[in-house]
Design a protein around this ligand. Structure first.
Ligand code: 13P
Ligand code: SF4
Length: 303
């Protein structure tokens, strides 16, 4: 089938099956174009929670579909590319979280949404890169176990110095590989550019940023800065939306290495097949579902 035929079929099936197509900012351009909504992890969770549609199609990675399934158990949640996981989410497991809880009994466990439902079920509250600082500040506990991203954790710790952090040793393979050498090199080539960096990058890379934020915050920040050239320190999928929204500005990816292979797994053919068959469905069994859902809802009540 040609790309055009697939797009036509997806549009027809979406209406027939009462489906909402949600895509993360890191998805392939053609997936972003066909989606009803493109956003960051927090926005996708929020939309999943309040969507009136019967079917949710999550073009992203597994934990995103799982979060949608947790928040909307009555809906059919589809993940068109079921093998699209998040290697960072796989760096935390529920048993080790329980061990850390026993080791630091006074600490609140803050789980980045990039975790499995099983890990959320043994955590106190979730966060995304948009709201991590706000979530941590909202907690009464002065001690925090932050998981699984040590880079986001370090960034939050720098913004909330009054609390004590125990950082999980996880990281995002895509963002963590960016080096200070690469930052210095790209700044030499574009000295006039503003540097916008995702907090999943290493602290020494984040230290060079003119702005640090989630994908949504990066997109919004461009409008607020008096500049015409930007270096973007997050996954390359974001450039598509930036160019569309700001056609008069110039965007350069900090390094061509900023590609998340899992985010690139979803194709138009996958989306069409998922809508045709209403498979693969993502569900979360009890009792994990209720426990993990509480953790996500607690976050949504804070922000
Ligand atoms: P945000 O969507 O919160 O910016 O997170 C980026 C990410 O890596 C998602 O996997
Ligand atoms: Fe996971 Fe990093 Fe890919 Fe996001 S960009 S899905 S954190 S591996």
């Amino acid at each position: 089938m040609s790309q055009l035929e697939l797009i036509t079929e997806i549009q027809k099936l979406k209406a027939e099956k009462d489906a909402l197509l949600l895509a993360h900012t890191y998805q392939n351009d053609e997936i972003q174009e066909i989606a009803d909504f493109v956003g960051d992890s927090l926005e996708l969770s929020r939309l999943a929670a309040k969507s009136p549609h019967r079917v949710l199609v999550l073009c992203g990675v597994h934990f995103m579909a799982e979060s949608a399934a947790l928040l909307s158990p009555e809906k059919t949640v589809l993940l068109p590319a079921p093998e699209a996981g998040c290697p960072m989410a796989d760096m935390a497991d529920a048993e080790t979280v329980k061990e850390w809880r026993a080791k630091y009994p006074r600490a609140a466990v803050v789980a980045y949404v990039n975790t499995s439902a099983a890990v959320k079920a043994v955590s106190d509250i979730c966060c995304t890169s948009s709201n991590a600082v706000k979530v941590v500040r909202s907690l009464a506990e002065e001690e925090i176990i932050f998981l699984p991203d040590r880079n986001l954790g370090s960034y939050v710790a720098s913004q909330v110095p009054e609390k004590k952090f125990h950082l999980w040793p996880g990281f995002c393979r895509t963002h963590h590989q960016v080096t200070v050498d690469e930052v210095e090199k790209v700044k030499r080539v574009h000295p006039e550019a503003k540097l916008l960096i995702h907090p999943e990058c290493r602290p020494e890379v984040v230290a060079h940023a003119d702005f640090v934020g989630s994908t949504k915050q990066i997109v919004e920040q461009v409008a607020k800065m008096d500049a015409s050239t930007f270096i973007i320190g997050t996954e390359m999928g974001i450039i598509h939306g930036l160019k569309k929204r700001y056609p008069d500005k110039r965007f350069y990816l900090l390094t061509p290495k900023l590609v998340c292979p899992n985010m690139k797994k979803t194709t138009l053919a996958d989306v069409a097949a998922a809508l045709r068959t209403l498979q693969p469905v993502i569900t979360v069994p009890e009792p994990i579902r209720s426990q993990a859902r509480r953790c996500l809802e607690r976050m949504l009540a804070v922000v």
